[in-house]
Ligand binder design. Structure first.
Ligand code: M6R
Length: 607
């Protein structure tokens, strides 16, 4: 997490830097800080706007600087822990994204040799290490390279020294760093979205690489400190400014974009005649996919739940065995994967540290790796051998909504692709596409009824605990619904397979412990109805999510939210929308920061 931005050029650096870290605030918003050559560093707790105008920043005319927006890992969000961090002499300033894993031993060593620390962060050891290394080296870049030899962990670093006012030195290990190459000006950031307004010519650093930026140009170095001649690339300029466009929050705007997301994710990919999906990004590995015997899907949070839905789709319609694993578990498990296993990472940001580590681990084992990624050019997209972009557009709100929907849609496309390579007949493929194409009008019907969802949310706003239950295709949605509620409304919520109720959770049910039961008219409908009866028999309130026209559900449940009918495999795409809206309205009713829930960040780039 954490956002890094740096600029060196001909213009006043402060406004450029502030705008840069504002774009990166999705990576963390615990505190923000800035250092510009010739001026004192300025730091503030909370959002970037708290730095603006602070500490005489408006008078600062320096033309090079670095800035940071923090998601706290080591040390509470406070002024003393806010980047940039500095050395004993306060002559160099450093911003860092990642974790220095051996910071305790390094700090002890540095303190024993006379360094005094001003923060509780792991980052500060980097400043002191460079300070020491600088005694033995002739320039700042060499000093950083020397200092990093002692460091274990992950980092994206931007470093400046008072005596080299126009120079920024950067390094990358496990945390993304992208350089923006302009005319007489250079940029560095954690993510291209912060640079694109200035230049679309960019260069991604690889792990172990370092670089030196000055107004006139840049130099990049390999992990062995050899000069590299890699050419910059043109980055898609679609990643422009993102506005709320009249919506009160990004979360609502992004939920309401579901139909546009449907169009963007399916555009040019559906072939009704052949009953198949065309996915350009996996064309080159077509034969390997034909020979695949097992698929392992990895992801975190909502992306993991999307994978769980994908398992049901792919196993039922393509006949490929699928395992779905939480990325932070898979990466450390000695999974005995065979050569014909394919590992598929799902990630909106394409930067999630654990998911990325799974891809690297799978590559090490010689397995084919695929990605379903939203952010074009992100690390997971670049590290995977092949993959499918979501094209859902930038997602700003921390809660995944439109990205989750597009992940489900891509998984349908992948099911069609893998299925038609195997046992799925043309008729079955056509029938799925036919139903898929009806989804946008059905999504609109859900939107038309969103006031009713708000009313239900308002009714339950004082409840402190919720259970979410579902089965089969909607089993994972129970978890996703619970995750949405807890992350934006801070209400305790648990997801469960409805069939598991009798094995423990039923004991919690009483009149104050409501259950959200996802019960569409599908092959497990009657089982769900029995579970709802059991909850009602124990005075539990039930909010049922069911299929339009289902009067039995209305007679059983305390409240009911209807969704248009579709085929079982596609039902999660519709059902998740009321779950997202319910979480959203609960958060609004409780007066919380919907788009930036406490303690979280949009891209989880540390373990
Ligand atoms: O960027 P990713 O899709 O890899 O992110 C994975 C999770 O961090 C993410 O889905 C998270 O759980 C969301 N906040 C859920 O709304």
């Amino acid at each position: 997490m954490c956002g890094i931005f740096g600029y060196t050029g001909k213009k006043k650096a402060v406004p450029i830097l502030l705008q840069g870290i504002k774009t990166l605030e999705y990576r963390g918003y615990d505190s923000a800080g800035i250092f510009v050559s010739g001026c004192a560093p300025v730091r503030a707790v909370g959002e970037v706007k708290n730095v603006e105008g602070a500490g005489g920043l408006t008078k600062c005319v320096g033309k090079a600087g670095i800035a940071h927006t923090r998601w706290a890992t080591h040390g509470v969000p406070s002024l003393r822990n806010t980047h940039p961090h500095t050395d004993c002499e306060e002559s160099l300033y450093i911003v860092h994204n990642g974790i220095v894993e051996n910071y305790k031993e390094l700090r002890e060593r540095l303190e024993n040799s006379g360094h005094s620390f001003k923060s509780d962060t792991d980052t500060e050891v980097l400043a002191h290490l460079v300070e020491d290394a600088f005694q033995k080296e002739t320039n700042l870049h060499r000093a950083l390279v020397r200092a990093l030899k002692d460091v274990r962990g992950t980092y994206g670093i931007a470093l400046m020294h008072k005596d080299f006012a126009r120079e920024i030195v950067v390094a990358r290990m496990g945390s993304p760093i992208v350089l923006g190459i302009g005319k007489g000006e250079q940029f560095v950031a954690s993510d291209p979205s912060a640079i694109i307004r200035h230049t679309d010519t960019m260069l991604y650093l690889e792990d172990g690489e370092t670089a030196v930026l000055s107004p006139g140009g840049y130099k990049i170095f390999s992990s062995g400190n050899k000069t590299l001649n890699r050419k910059p690339e043109k980055v898609d300029s679609d990643i422009g400014e993102i506005q709320k466009e009249g919506f009160e929050h990004f979360m609502l705007k992004e939920i309401m974009e579901a139909k546009d997301v449907f169009d963007a994710t399916t555009r040019g990919r559906l072939d009704l005649k052949e009953g198949v999906a065309h996915l350009g990004g996996i064309k080159d590995v077509e034969e390997k996919l034909q020979n695949m015997k097992r698929l392992v899907i990895v992801g975190c949070g909502s992306a993991y739940y999307a994978g769980m839905v994908g398992k049901y789709m792919i196993e039922e319609h393509a006949g490929v065995p699928v395992d779905v694993e939480i990325a932070s578990e898979y990466r450390y498990r000695a999974a005995p994967d065979q050569k014909d296993t394919v590992v598929l990472a799902i990630s909106q940001s394409g930067e999630t540290a654990d998911t990325l580590a799974c891809i690297k681990e799978a590559k090490r084992k010689g397995l084919l790796t695929l990605g379903i990624v939203n952010v074009v050019g992100s690390t997971i997209a670049r590290e995977s051998a092949a993959g499918v972009y979501n094209h859902a557009g930038p997602e700003v709100s921390v809660a995944s909504t439109k990205a989750f929907i597009s992940q489900l849609i891509v998984l349908v496309l992948l099911t069609l692709y893998l299925g038609r390579q195997r046992r799925m007949g043309i008729g079955e493929g056509r029938a799925i596409i036919d139903e898929l194409m009806k989804l946008p009008s059905k999504i609109q019907r859900i939107f038309d009824g969103r006031d009713a969802i708000e009313l239900v949310a308002n009714k339950y706003v004082l409840n402190r605990d919720f259970l979410y239950v579902g089965r089969k295709y909607n089993f994972a949605l129970a978890y996703e619904g619970a995750l949405k509620l807890k992350e934006v409304s801070y209400i305790h919520a648990e997801g469960y397979g409805a069939g598991e109720m009798k094995h423990g959770p039923l004991a919690m049910i009483d009149k104050d412990f409501p259950t959200f039961a996802i019960s569409p008219k599908d092959s497990v409908y009657e089982k769900n109805i029995s579970n709802i009866e059991e909850i009602r028999a124990r005075s539990g309130k039930v909010i049922a999510l069911g299929t339009e026209g289902d009067m039995l559900l209305a007679s059983l449940a305390t409240d009911v939210i209807y969704v248009p009918k579709t085929i079982e495999m596609l039902s999660p795409i519709l059902n998740v929308i009321p779950l997202q809206l319910f979480g959203y309205y609960m958060s609004v009713a409780r007066g919380l920061n919907v788009d930036r829930p406490r303690n979280l960040a949009k891209a989880v780039t540390v373990e």
